[in-house]
Design a protein. Structure first.
Length: 557
């Protein structure tokens, strides 16, 4: 019995590897669940349990750890991309430029600090390049720095490997420092995350207002006798006329429906647009359509059939084909105005108005199956991941940089997931993942990533720290981690009045730090963190790779 337990901890096998990884994750999550003054580490606790077991020299296969680290990272960033994709581009249009300029300042400040530690602090350049990568938790920049070192003739093998050591020493505090900075900002400004989430929701609703429903009595004589499609005021983008009451009988509002003085119509759309109807149509009224003849009903219909996704409202032609009006579409908890060019996505929830038998036919063609949405599209998931890996490996040649830049296994899947979730459907493939499946894969991915990083860094972390220069390297890494983000955070909060949760997502993105994002996500249930993270991540990834290469190229010369 004792031999079996001993083998489970020490023998290099598949069972041993899975057991140790599972043990690290379980212990880390237990540690992360402990709260001190309302603060907990959350999933970031897995990093500390990994560092502990790594320090205890638990034998692990290095290739398996590297595979687990990259797999976990890919799962995490890919699911993040799918989650934020639908609202990503709207966020970029509103505040993406400001966020990316601030993120570029963070990258530049970190690079300048690194150069200063090399020039005036005595850090060897290879070690400084590795510390820069580890302090900013950016593995692709480490590879870029090592590649740039190889380009110089006469570079020793020890110098080429030194960046990895600097990376290992500074990486743990790169994560810890980010989390501590978020906590410090929270106490410094006396921030309550739940209130920040409510504030973000109010602003989000203001930028994406819920659609209003108003009834109007036709009093404009110029409209009398005209078909609905010929009244320009009633055909504005984002406005839908769902029903018309004529002489006590309600009917679906179709393009050829003739309007008369005294008719009552129901309009759905932005409140500002509907308010103008009081001038062009007639006075606002209130009408209970349940008491009218015509048997019109409103029904929620879910798009769960692949053939229905990817078409625009105009191509769907619900009024002409089915005799029903689509009055609103709910996507990712956001109500969208119905316009002819709006593309229907898988899992959209549409409100349709019409007669019962017409709605049944329409719902049947749309799918209208909640059960169908709960089945993950496995082909699409793996196809998207494969595409992301390919994109991440594409070398991008930039002026003045001798080595090509790559987005890597973190940036490629993120960019691809954002784009695919925006597209919604490509041929038979649906780029949709049920929310529960997305959350599960995301949490599993980040836990696996942190466990592998901790186990890989634990041994070297303690050894280098105990060495003479280890403390200096760690202090330099801590400064490169904390100083740029802290001053950027102060500027963003005091000058830009940035929401705290948005700020946390921005900070995690500016340091390409998935664990910090996971920590920010558990502060409050909000989409602010992941949206700002995704808004800056792709640009920051490229800038950090370029910065690492520039440090080596210019300082070596």
């Amino acid at each position: 019995m004792m031999t079996f337990i001993f083998d489970l901890f020490t023998r290099d096998s598949a069972a041993h590897t899975l057991f140790i990884l599972g043990l690290v994750i379980v212990l880390g999550l237990i540690l992360g669940s402990l709260r001190f003054r309302g603060i907990s580490l959350g999933v970031a606790g897995v990093l500390f349990s990994g560092l502990l077991l790594g320090h205890l020299k638990v034998p692990m296969n290095a290739a398996i750890l590297e595979f687990g680290r990259e797999l976990g990272l890919i799962l995490f960033v890919y699911t993040i991309g799918l989650q934020v994709g639908p609202g990503f581009f709207a966020s970029i249009r509103r505040e993406g430029l400001r966020l990316n300029i601030l993120a570029a300042c963070v990258v530049t400040a970190g690079a300048l600090l690194t150069a200063a530690f090399h020039l005036w602090g005595g850090l060897p350049l290879p070690a400084a390049a590795g510390i820069f990568s580890g302090a900013t938790t950016n593995t692709p920049s480490l590879a870029a720095a090592q590649q740039a070192l190889k380009e110089f003739p006469g570079m020793s093998q020890e110098s080429i490997l030194m960046p990895a050591l600097g990376y290992a020493v500074s990486y743990p505090f790169g994560i810890i420092g980010m989390i501590l900075s978020m906590i410090l900002l929270r106490f410094l400004f006396r921030i309550e995350p739940l209130r920040e989430a409510e504030s973000y929701s109010r602003i989000h609703e203001k930028n994406n207002p819920k659609l209003a429903v108003m009834d109007f009595k036709i009093e404009n004589p110029e409209i009398h006798g005209l078909a609905l499609r010929k009244v320009s005021a009633l055909n504005q983008p984002g406005v839908v006329i769902s029903r018309v009451i004529h002489e006590g009988a309600a009917c679906a509002a179709l393009p050829n429906t003739v309007l008369h003085l005294g008719d009552t119509l129901r309009a759905v759309g932005p409140a500002e647009l509907l308010g103008s109807f009081k001038v062009s149509i007639g006075s606002e009224t209130r009408m209970d359509f349940r008491g009218t003849q015509g048997h019109l009903v409103a029904r929620r219909v879910i798009v769960s059939r692949a053939a229905a996704a990817g078409r625009t409202i105009a191509e769907l032609a619900a009024r002409q084909r089915y005799g029903v009006s689509i009055t609103r579409i709910l996507r990712s908890d956001v109500e969208l105005p119905v316009t002819p060019e709006l593309v229907i996505h898988y899992a959209d929830e549409m409100t349709a108005v019409g007669k019962e038998e017409q709605l049944k036919k329409f719902a049947s063609d749309m799918g209208d199956s909640v059960k169908e949405l709960h089945h993950p599209q496995l082909i699409s998931i793996f196809a998207g991941i494969v595409a992301g890996i390919v994109v991440g490996m594409i070398p991008l040649s930039l002026p003045g940089i001798p080595s090509p830049v790559k987005l890597g296994l973190a940036g490629g899947p993120l960019v691809v997931a954002i784009l695919l979730s925006r597209v919604g459907r490509w041929g038979p493939l649906l780029w949709y993942m049920p929310p529960a499946a997305n959350t599960m894969l995301r949490e599993m991915g980040i836990a696996l990533f942190l466990a592998c990083v901790g186990l890989m860094s634990g041994g070297r972390f303690a050894e280098t720290l105990m060495a003479g220069q280890g403390a200096v390297w760690m202090a330099a890494g801590a400064a490169i981690t904390v100083l740029p983000i802290f001053f950027a955070a102060l500027w963003a909060r005091l000058v830009f009045k940035m929401n705290y949760l948005t700020l946390c997502g921005f900070l995690a993105g500016s340091m390409t730090d998935p664990p910090a994002l996971a920590f920010a996500n558990q502060m409050a249930p909000s989409g602010a963190q992941v949206v700002s993270y995704a808004a800056v991540y792709p640009v920051v990834m490229i800038l950090r790779v370029i910065a690492a290469q520039c440090l080596v190229i210019f300082l070596m010369r």
